[in-house]
Ligand binder design. Sequence first.
Ligand SMILES: Nc1nc2c(ncn2[C@@H]2O[C@H](COP(=O)(O)OP(=O)(O)OP(=O)(O)O)[C@@H](O)[C@H]2O)c(=O)[nH]1
Length: 520
Amino acid sequence: MRFRLPFTFNLRQLILLLAMPAAAAILFSGLYISYQVQKERVIEDTLQSNHVFASKLASATEHFLAAAMQQLEFSASIIAEDITNTELLQAETNRLLEQTQSFNSVAINMQGVVKAASPVSLNIINKTVNSVHSKQALKSQQPQVSLPYISLANNLIIVVSYPLFDLAGNYYGYIGGSFYLEQQSILNALLKQHSYDGGAYFYVVADNKTLLYHPDSKRIGEQVSNNPVIERVLQGERGYTRILNGQGTAMLAGFAPVKLANWGIVAQRSEATTLAKLDTFQGQVLKRMLPIVLITFLLIAMLAHYIAKPLRLLADSANLSTDKKNVEHLKGIKSWYFESQQLKHAMLEGVHTLQSQMGQLRQDALTDPLTGAHNRRGLNILLENLMDKQIPFAVLEIDIDFFKRVNDTFGHDTGDEVLKNLTHIIQSLSRKHDIVARTGGEEFLLVLPNENSDSAFVIAERLRNQVATTLMAKVGYINVSIGIATWPQHSDDINQVYKCADKALYHAKETGRNKSVIAS
Ligand SMILES: Nc1nc2c(ncn2[C@@H]2O[C@H](COP(=O)(O)OP(=O)(O)OP(=O)(O)O)[C@@H](O)[C@H]2O)c(=O)[nH]1
């Protein structure tokens, strides 16, 4: 079974149905694609700038730690001159703290015991230090940057240490400068100075995944686990990546290691914050595009209207009515493109053909095919017209005498030729408004408007004489008898007029033929 829609679309609706979604699809897919491209671009740019930022900060931190280490190294070289002189040790810690303004505190650790410390207010001189860093530094006898730990003075710190040797190369301990992580420190100041804008931030993580710096100061000292970026940066990798942070927020992270201390710096910005501007931008684009979209839709609607209009008008005229109004309407349709022009031409041709065929049919219906004279139907129409207009007329009923003989002697075809010749004679003697009709086999009617019996008789006689003196090919001469009656003198009923003419003709035949008789 074929599916049928319960309604029919017109061409304009179909064009709109096709063009509107297509235009909308093109516009919105263009917008969507441009959004996607820009989104990828913004994400890539953000990732790269985070990476650049993390790298620069890592490099600055590296320089800072190297400078701190150099200051300690310089002090170590002074202390080496007189390593057992506790006054020198204290003086050097004081100088280092005050002159360099680098450290929060400076202490000299000899075999696990603090021998000098500055500021003295820390009150840690001669105290034993059991921190992991202290043990490692003493064991390794190498310059070191510690992991964060709680100091004797109860501060969360990191310590940069340098080994102490005397001039003979004997190892004594180390000189260490500390940086507070939670309070004000030069390291903090350095990092804060690089504060990051627009929703972006960075953090610094130590080798044991402890946060050394975080914009949320409460998190400093916290250990971060299950963070793939931290894993990678602490393995010495640098780069950028998209990750989910601990709260499940998508982040765009750039990272770089501080190799000297085996720290990692991660700069990141949430994807949502990064794209928020783009969304606003896209909203503005959409807003500005809206009038253009509306104008486009309007143009499509107008175009659909103009394309469909000639076809719709042609469809309205497609009944091929030959009615003059319809033909004028058809001619007036502005067909401005090829198909509609062709259709209009074809329809006009069709209408013209139909008009001429109908004219021919009408003509055939009213005409005798053999002689071309009016037939009975044609005659009646014309007579009705005369009677409607009250124009009096005379009817001449003309009948060939002994026509059967002509047929019998010369054949039916010759008989036909005689009929045609007679028609020609009658027509040649008729005036413009006279009506010539063949109403039977060899019977003709000549209707003469505005003629009375007498004048009609004169014409009948003229006709009869003309026939009698015209030589017909093969046949020779023929005669006609004519019965004459008039409307409305004989009767105002046309059938009665016919009967009168008939009777008069009968009388003419009865009384010798080849004569004209006026009905009594
Ligand atoms: N050739 C030809 N003959 C026709 C046609 N129609 C009728 N006829 C013939 O016309 C003749 C009429 O014959 P009748 O009615 O006897 O009349 P008539 O011989 O003319 O004799 P009258 O009228 O009495 O003088 C017949 O032979 C018909 O066959 C036609 O269309 N063509």
